[in-house]
Ligand binder design. Structure first.
Ligand code: HEC
Length: 137
């Protein structure tokens, strides 16, 4: 997913550069250095926006991966019943450790273990980051 976004940003950058070239050729003589600078600036800004989007993607991925968790731990990480713990606002490091422990069989709970069995370390990191960032109540 991230690799794709990265490729897209490189593509955008390259396209931005060649656009400049095409415009210069089309309006021969008219292109000013200032205009080129502005166009390059726009291309650079586009790439920067993609870079910010990549940063945000971690948290967004985390949210998407918690669809199944919401059934028990609540939409906002606040659970509906006494037997399911709240996750909102919990420490990220603790969440990572617990989710890994369920996944790897060190912490045993029949309702939790199947839920996290197929998560990668990256998934767990994203999910933990998402819950850690939610308000506690
Ligand atoms: C079927 C209900 C259910 C679902 C769905 C579920 N959980 Fe849980 N979860 C539990 C229960 C019950 C516990 C408490 C287990 C225990 O007592 O050890 C728990 C505990 C946890 C804990 C430990 C909390 C703590 O304070 O130690 C974490 C972290 C957690 N779940 C994350 C998740 C994530 C992430 C998902 C989704 C991928 C998920 N859970 C889906 C029922 C569920």
């Amino acid at each position: 997913m991230r690799i794709l976004i990265l490729i897209l940003s490189v593509f955008l950058f390259v396209t931005g550069c060649s656009d400049d070239g095409a415009t210069d050729a089309g309006s021969a003589g008219k292109a000013s250095p200032a205009g080129d600078m502005a166009k390059q600036q726009t291309a650079v800004e586009a790439v920067e926006e993609v870079a910010v989007a990549i940063e945000d993607a971690g948290a967004a991925d985390g949210k998407a991966k918690t669809m199944v968790c919401a059934a028990c731990h609540g939409q906002n990480g606040i659970s509906m019943t006494d037997i399911w713990p709240n996750l909102a606002g919990q420490k990220k490091g603790y969440l990572i450790k617990q989710i890994r422990a369920f996944r790897d069989g060190q912490r045993v709970d029949p309702s939790m273990m199947p839920m996290v069995k197929s998560l990668s370390d990256q998934d767990i990191e994203d999910i933990a980051g998402y819950y850690a960032g939610l308000p506690r109540s």
